[in-house]
Write a protein of this length. Structure first.
Lengths: 472, 111
C-alpha cells in the first residue's frame, strides 16, 4: 500500500454527526451528482457515523463487481435484510450457502426459461386491458404495480394461488415490504415495522400451507412453485420449507419494487418520445399484426429488438436501483485514494449512466445508442449497470425485461396514450419511482387487420439467436 | 463496447456485444447461445459454462482463479481440460477483451 494515498475528497457542507444524511434523504441523486461535479469519479461524504465512498464510471463499476466478496462485502451492507428474511439467507448467508441458494434460483430465470412465463405475462397484461376498457385515465404506478405483482404471484406461486389468495397476498406483501428500511435502526418499534413483522408471520403461514398442499398434491406439468418445492441443493439435500418461503418472498419483493418503477419509467419515456414510439409501434405491428396480445409468444417477444433498445435506454436514464452498496472488508487503495475497512462503497447508476465521458448527450433519450449494428455505437463494457454486475448481478434480469416487454407491447398495440401529469422522480431514498400521481389518458386504437409476421423470416432478418438453428 | 464471439463445435459462430457488467457466461445466456448451460447461475459451482478460450486470447484473459482451478481440476475426469479452459462465468468482460473468441465444448459436464 502506497504511503502517499490520500483520503477520497470529501463533500463540503453537511452538519455535525448527521453529515449529509438529511440531504441524502431529500434528494439522493442530486447529492450524488453534485459530488461528482465537484470532485470527480471518486469522493466521499458522511452519513451519520458512516463514511460513504462513491465510485463512478465503468472502470470503478468493474472494480466493485469483481471485488465483491473479496475486498468488498455485500453481506453487511443491507441490515434490514436480516430482519425481513433470515441472517442465513441469500447474499447475506455464508459464501457456500449463498452459492447453493443461488444455484437453486438461477436456472429458473435463464433467458431460455422465459418461454413458460410469456403466456402468463400476456394473460395478466390482457386482464389489465380488460379492466381498462376502451378509454379513460390511469395512474402508472398504482395501475402497473398490481399487474407486476399479479405476474409474480401467477408465475412464482401458480395460477391457483393467485386466484385463491392473490388479493390477500398483495395486501400483506405491501405491509411486509414497508419494513425494507435502509436507514432507521430496525429495533425501533415503529408502526410500519410492527405491521411489517406481523405481515411477515402471516405470509409465512400462507406460503407454508401452500408448500404442504403442493407436496401432498403436486401439479403437472410442474410450474415454478412445484419446481421450488421439489428442488434440492446441488449436493442433493432437500431445501427446508422456511428457505423456500424466504426465496419466494425475496423474488416477489425484488421483482415488484424495481419492475413496477422501471416499467412506469419506460412508459413515460416512450410517451414523451413520439418518434421512437412510432418505431416501436411499427415493430409491434410487423410482429403481432392485428392478432390479440393474448397470443403473444416468446418468439415474438424475442424478435422485438427495438423494444429491447428502448428498455435499455430507460434503464440508463431512470435506474430504479439508483445506488448499490458494499462495505469495505479491508483497507485498500483505489486510483491513489485510501479506502478504510468499514467504509461504505456506493456505486451510483443514476450518476454513472449520465456521465458525458461515457454517453454522448447523456440526458437525451436515444435508444439507438445501444444498437450494436450502428457504426458509431460505442458504449463501453460496465457502463450500463441498472441490474448490477458480476456474481451478484440481478438473478431476475431476463424475467424483468420480458415482463416489461410484454406489458408495454400489449398496451402500445391496444391504446393511444398521453401523459397528463409532468413526470418527476419521487423524493426520498427508497426505490427511484416516478412520483404519484403520474396519470395516462388512453383510448382504444383501431388496428387494421394484418397477419402477424412470418416469424422465421422476421427472426432471421433480425439475426435472432432463437432462430439461428431453429432450436432453444 | 466489447464483442465476444462464441464458436460452436460445428464451426458456426455468433458474436454478441456487451456494455453491461457481465461475464462471458451472462452474455451467452442473455443471447441464447447454445452450449453454455450455467446451471448454477454463475457461481463456479457446476462447471456447465466451461469454454476453451481461443489460443490467441489465453494470455489476455489470464489463468483461472484459485477456486475456479480447483473446480476445473475436479472436472478433468469428465471433460477435456486444456490450457485455454475457463469457466465463462468467471471471465468478467472488459474493453480489453473486445474481440475475444471462445470455443464451446461438445458437451458440458452432467448435461
Amino acid at each position: 500500500m502506497s504511503a502517499i494515498a490520500m483520503q477520497p475528497p470529501a463533500m463540503r457542507g453537511g452538519v455535525p454527526f448527521l453529515g449529509h444524511l438529511t440531504d441524502f434523504f431529500k434528494d439522493p441523486v442530486g447529492l450524488l451528482r453534485r459530488g461528482y461535479q465537484e470532485h470527480g469519479p471518486i469522493y466521499s461524504f458522511r452519513m451519520g457515523g458512516r463514511n460513504m465512498v462513491v465510485m463512478l464510471g465503468p472502470d470503478n463499476n468493474r472494480f466493485v463487481f469483481q471485488e465483491t466478496d473479496k475486498l468488498l462485502s455485500i453481506r453487511e451492507s443491507m441490515p434490514f435484510f436480516h430482519k425481513m428474511f433470515s441472517p442465513n439467507f441469500y447474499s447475506f448467508a455464508e459464501m457456500e450457502e449463498y452459492l447453493n441458494q443461488r444455484a437453486v434460483i438461477m436456472p429458473r430465470f435463464k433467458a431460455s426459461a422465459m418461454k413458460q412465463y410469456v403466456p402468463v405475462m400476456a394473460e395478466e397484461a390482457m386482464a389489465l386491458c380488460h379492466r381498462l376498457g376502451d378509454s379513460g385515465e390511469f395512474d402508472l404506478i398504482s395501475t402497473l404495480g398490481p399487474v407486476v405483482m399479479d405476474i409474480a404471484a401467477h408465475s412464482f406461486m401458480g395460477r391457483d394461488f393467485k386466484q385463491k389468495l392473490g388479493h390477500e397476498f398483495f395486501e400483506l406483501f405491501r405491509d411486509f415490504s414497508g419494513g425494507m428500511e435502509f436507514v432507521l435502526p430496525l429495533w425501533l418499534p415503529t408502526k410500519k415495522m410492527r405491521r411489517s413483522q406481523a405481515a411477515k408471520k402471516k405470509l409465512h403461514r400462507i406460503l407454508g400451507d401452500w408448500i404442504r398442499r403442493r407436496r401432498a398434491n403436486p401439479i403437472e406439468p410442474a410450474d415454478f412453485f412445484q419446481d421450488m418445492v421439489a428442488s434440492t441443493y446441488p449436493d442433493g439435500r432437500p431445501i427446508p420449507d422456511e428457505l423456500i418461503i424466504h426465496m419466494i418472498l425475496l423474488l416477489v419483493w425484488a421483482g415488484h419494487e424495481t419492475t413496477a418503477g422501471q416499467v412506469s419509467w419506460a412508459m413515460i419515456d416512450i410517451l414523451q418520445n413520439r418518434d421512437y414510439q412510432s418505431v416501436l409501434r411499427d415493430e409491434i405491428g410487423t410482429i403481432l399484426g392485428s392478432a390479440s396480445g393474448a397470443d403473444l409468444s416468446w418468439e415474438q417477444a424475442i424478435a422485438m429488438q427495438k423494444m429491447d433498445l428502448a428498455l435499455r435506454e430507460t434503464e440508463r436514464l431512470h435506474p430504479v436501483a439508483f445506488t448499490m452498496i458494499r462495505k469495505a472488508a479491508a483497507d485498500f487503495e483505489r486510483d491513489g485514494y485510501q479506502v478504510r475497512e468499514g467504509d461504505w462503497i456506493l456505486l451510483a447508476p443514476s450518476v454513472s449512466h449520465r456521465m458525458s465521458e461515457i454517453f454522448d448527450r447523456p440526458d437525451d433519450y436515444d435508444p439507438e445508442r445501444f444498437n450494436t449494428e450502428r457504426a458509431d455505437s460505442k458504449v463501453e463494457s460496465n457502463s450500463l449497470i441498472g441490474f448490477g454486475g458480476g456474481m451478484h448481478r440481478c438473478a431476475g434480469v431476463n424475467f424483468a425485461r420480458m415482463e416489461m416487454k410484454a406489458l408495454i407491447a400489449i398496451l402500445l398495440q391496444r391504446y393511444d396514450m398521453e401523459l397528463i401529469d409532468t413526470p418527476r422522480p419521487i423524493a426520498g431514498a427508497g426505490t427511484y419511482w416516478p412520483e404519484q400521481p403520474c396519470r395516462v389518458r388512453y383510448k382504444r386504437r383501431t388496428i387494421a387487420a394484418q397477419a402477424p409476421a412470418d416469424l422465421e423470416a422476421v427472426a432471421a432478418a433480425a439475426g435472432c439467436p432463437a432462430h439461428a438453428k431453429g432450436k432453444n | 463496447m466489447a464483442r465476444v464471439t462464441y464458436v460452436q463445435p460445428d464451426g458456426s459462430e455468433k458474436t454478441c456485444t456487451n456494455f453491461e457488467g457481465m461475464a462471458v457466461m451472462h452474455l451467452a445466456i442473455g443471447n441464447l447461445v447454445d452450449g453454455i448451460d450455467a446451471l448454477c447461475g454463475g457461481v463456479r459451482q457446476c462447471g456447465t459454462c466451461h469454454v476453451y478460450v481461443d489460443d490467441a486470447w489465453i494470455d489476455r484473459v489470464g489463468p483461472p482463479g484459485e477456486d475456479e482451478a480447483i473446480m476445473l481440476d475436479a472436472l478433468s475426469d469428465a471433460i477435456a481440460i486444456t490450457a485455454g479452459s475457463r469457466l465463462s462465468c468467471q471471465i468478467h468482460i472488459t474493453e480489453e477483451l473486445d474481440g475475444l473468441r471462445v470455443h464451446i465444448p461438445k458437451e458440458q459436464p452432467g448435461v
